[in-house]
Design a protein around this ligand. Structure first.
Ligand SMILES: [Zn+2]
Length: 157
């Protein structure tokens, strides 16, 4: 019984509970607006009612990613700038579509890159873009019972 309860609590996503938000709430950190049941970028004539961190900015505040991608291999050393640019472009495009797609942390760990993200689909989009542009090996792993995806992209030569 206790185990069941723990698993249930784990699979509940506290950052994706739309019922907490109401029409016209806006995010004081990124200016996203809650409209018709979802967070989006504001447009002309929008009404801003009450400040409330959007679910992506809550994840950033708590350092609680929904996805992560790790880039490794010798190819990274010779193409670091290109690879970083590609990742940043994917993030820029995706974030322009939805305020919930953001980078939490972008870190260089020796000969690796690690990017943590507020959105699992964004992590997948980055992995797929790397694979499409540079081939290499892409591994995708969803954690059981949690909405978290970890991708690893690796290329040596
Ligand atoms: Zn926000």
């Amino acid at each position: 019984m206790r185990l069941d309860r723990i698993i249930q609590q784990k699979s509940h996503d506290p950052y994706n509970d739309g019922r907490k938000y109401t029409e016209g709430m806006y995010c004081p950190r990124c200016q996203a607006l809650y409209h018709q049941g979802r967070w989006r970028w504001p447009g002309k004539g929008d009404t801003f009612r009450e400040p409330q961190l959007c679910s992506a900015c809550k994840r950033i505040r708590d350092n609680f990613p929904a996805g992560e991608i790790r880039v490794s291999g010798k190819y990274l050393n010779s193409h670091r700038r290109e690879i970083v640019n590609l990742i940043q472009n994917v993030v820029k495009e995706e974030e322009a579509r939805s305020p919930l797609k953001k980078v939490i942390d972008f870190s260089n760990e020796g000969d690796r890159l690690r990017v943590s993200l507020t959105d699992d689909h964004l992590a997948r989009r980055i992995g797929e873009a790397l694979h499409r542009a540079y081939d290499g090996d892409l591994a995708i792993k969803y954690s059981e019972g949690e909405r978290f995806v970890r991708l690893k992209w690796h290329r040596d030569v």
